[in-house]
Design a protein around this ligand. Sequence first.
Ligand code: HEM
Length: 144
Amino acid sequence: MTMSVYLVVKVVHILSVISWMAGMLYLPRLFVYHSTVPPESESSALFTVMERRLQNGIMTPAMIMTWMTGLWMAGSAGFFTDVWLVCKMALVLLMSAGHGFLSRERKAFGAGERLHTQRFYRIINEVPTLLMIFIVALAVLKPF
Ligand code: HEM
């Protein structure tokens, strides 16, 4: 393996991360708006389509690419025994659980259910932001 292959994989990793994070930050924001419209309305149906296309068309493929490229780099550079990577992977697992949680919420919205208040979605909107800050800091600074 040459260094350039590693760097090309890193480019794909960063592009995948950007696409996944765009959705992780925006989908709960769509839920904030979605929770203000009646379940049977035309707007609700439109939000449902927007949410499904965002998650199935962009976020899920981007999450899979993020994992594949990240694990490949970790293996080829021998990072698996580094504490920063173990911490990073734990936070990425939480982010992936958040992705699953948003999927469940999205399906409930689509079925006309309103599981939580608008305030709830405003609060959980901040969780991916916080996780992202720590994950990027660990990846770049490698403090331990
Ligand atoms: C379990 C999934 C992931 C694994 C195994 C992983 C692993 C890695 C590895 C091994 C590198 C290369 C580090 C280097 O060459 O110095 C890297 C780079 C990077 N990762 Fe991840 N990563 C994952 C998910 C993520 C996520 C979710 C984010 C952001 C939210 C992220 C952000 C970055 C950034 C910004 C870099 C570039 C760091 C640099 O080159 O200085 N990664 N990742």
